[in-house]
Design a protein around this ligand. Structure first.
Ligand SMILES: CC(C)(COP(=O)(O)OP(=O)(O)OC[C@H]1O[C@@H](n2cnc3c(N)ncnc32)[C@H](O)[C@@H]1OP(=O)(O)O)[C@@H](O)C(=O)NCCC(=O)NCCS
Length: 197
């Protein structure tokens, strides 16, 4: 859909973001791991309660919207599907980062979710996690690795992905019901996106 130039009103109770899609078509230059005591754990057939907890701890403050309202069966159909891989970044025995890769389309991989919990933002852990994500993805028979990020996400995300070797190629506007008004997220989540009732 083409939206007109200039400003467009977003109805009260809704939220709007600019979404940027980024891709790479060959393995990028390798970046060093920052110092840190992290490891990566592949989580086969993730337990739904575990998945929901880590998804919430990483994504709630950035209004990650797509999963919280799914039923158990709907969630399992996605995250237990062949070709979908879930990983946790582990610090001191705790899962504090989240990576979901989708290899279901031949020759392609989508980084569906990527992030670390608040305590690890800016600590180098995201660089560690991205290095592992790039190794895993490009060890497969891949032509393209892609993801999208939006202005609800951490303000450093877009630049982080570009430094990681992703190239922006598509921009969209996303409008949703505000999840803090229908119980999908707590009211005090994501203060960088104020509620307008
Ligand atoms: C967005 C996000 C991935 C950005 O990561 P970040 O926390 O700023 O990233 P890091 O701290 O790992 O890295 C930042 C830089 O500092 C460097 N750095 C950090 N600590 C360091 C240290 N102790 N020594 C050396 N370098 C260090 C890293 O190497 C990195 O540099 P580079 O990108 O040039 O390699 C992260 O903030 C995040 O997960 N946010 C929450 C969820 C989210 O918004 N996800 C994105 C959804 S699409």
């Amino acid at each position: 859909m083409i939206v007109p130039d200039g400003y467009s009103d977003v109805p009260n109770g809704k939220i709007a973001a600019v979404v940027t899609h980024l891709e790479m078509t060959a393995p990028p230059a390798r970046r060093d791991d920052p110092p840190g005591n992290w490891s990566l754990r592949k989580v086969d057939a993730p337990a739904l309660a575990w998945y929901r907890d880590l998804y919430r701890r990483v994504g709630e403050n950035w209004l990650w919207l797509a999963r919280p309202h799914l039923t158990g069966a709907e969630l399992a159909a996605i995250i237990h599907a062949p070709g979908v891989e879930v990983y946790a970044l582990v610090e001191d025995g705790r899962d504090e980062g989240f990576l979901e890769l989708d290899f279901r389309e031949p020759g392609q991989c989508e980084v569906v979710y990527f992030g670390v919990t608040a305590s690890l933002i800016g600590a180098g852990a995201a660089r560690f996690l991205m290095n592992r994500a790039l190794e895993i993805a490009w060890s497969r028979d891949l032509r393209r690795l892609w993801l999208h990020t939006c202005t609800f996400d951490h303000p450093g995300a877009l630049a982080f992905y570009q430094r990681s070797g992703f190239r922006p190629f598509r921009r969209q506007i996303e409008i949703d019901d505000d999840p803090r008004l229908d119980g999908r997220a707590p009211r005090d989540a994501a203060p960088h996106v104020p509620i307008i009732e």
